[in-house]
Design a protein around this ligand. Structure first.
Ligand code: LER
Ligand code: MN
Length: 278
């Protein structure tokens, strides 16, 4: 029997990033008033909203859940990187107290995440190799922290996804090959990868080949174009990328994480139109 790749991508579950609090991170497409933003996101046709939460203690979970339900949205993933961006928390800080607080912060997301049936994103909270720290030692700290967090998450059937992030933002785990090596070292089956087309365009020699190599280890997927604007605003071939993703068997979410330009509404609308055309 001849096996032919599908000519179109099945209807994808699309979400978009919304920060539950003000944040410096540029590519959280929506920030500010929660209800207004959830209403807009739903009206543009998104199925879900990926929430960036710096600290679960600061979130009124009942209110959040009520609003998400009111606008018939799902929450596929919770981003945690603002704990690094705003507070400097990381798994690889030379100070053991900072490392402990960072691990506890990630574990504190477990009740929120299990509420929504979401996954926990490990982005910049992995940290960077700080001055005076050896790269191998930072990797050891990272592996230990990820083992502890993924073992705690597994008790609640929760998955964690580490995002390879480009070299200009971190010195730890920049590409998918390093991400796969890390998965081997951590050794827990609820720990996988979040691939982001913006970072892949900088770090991967061949985006489609890297997606195929990650296969079943892909737990979540971020889309932004080459310039980190909405899909369709740069030179990435989303048709080819998403067909390749689907061919791996991935049936998870495709989440828009792009700069709110020319403004958040326009970016969200143009992005979804481009992706739905595929
Ligand atoms: C977060 O998902 C991300 O892609 C990083 O660029 C955060 O800085
Ligand atoms: Mn991302």
């Amino acid at each position: 029997m001849v096996h032919r790749p599908p000519s179109t991508v099945k209807r994808m579950k699309l979400s978009i990033v919304l920060s539950t609090q003000q944040a410096q991170f540029q590519a959280a497409t929506f920030k500010g008033d929660l209800e207004t933003n959830l209403a807009r996101i739903a009206s543009f046709g998104y199925d879900g909203v990926e929430l960036a939460i710096r600290d679960p203690k600061l979130v009124d979970l009942d209110n959040l859940e009520g609003l998400v339900r009111k606008y018939n949205l799902r929450v596929p993933a919770i981003g945690t990187g603002q704990a690094w961006g705003e507070e400097g928390l990381s798994f690889t800080d030379p100070d053991p107290i900072v490392r402990r607080v960072s691990i506890e912060r990630i574990k504190s997301h477990i009740p929120v995440v299990s509420h929504f049936g979401a996954i926990i994103i490990i982005g910049l909270i992995r940290g960077i190799v700080k001055p005076g720290v050896d790269h191998a030692l930072a990797m050891d700290w990272l592996v230990e922290a990820l083992r502890e967090c993924s073992e705690a998450a597994r008790l609640k059937d929760i998955r964690l996804a580490l995002e390879p992030i480009n070299r200009y933002e971190t010195t730890l785990v920049n590409n998918t090959a390093q991400g796969l090596e890390l998965i081997e070292r951590v050794g827990t089956d609820n720990f996988g990868l979040l691939l982001d087309t913006f970072h892949m365009n900088i770090e991967e020699p061949d985006i489609e080949a890297s997606i195929r190599a990650c296969g079943a280890r892909i737990f979540h997927f971020h889309v932004a174009d080459s310039n980190r604007w909405y899909p369709g605003a740069g030179h990435l071939n989303f048709k080819s990328i998403l067909k390749t993703l689907e061919a791996t068997g991935y049936r998870g979410w495709v989440s828009g994480e792009f700069i709110p330009k020319p403004d958040a509404e326009m970016a969200a609308q143009k992005g979804i139109i481009h992706l739905r055309q595929i």
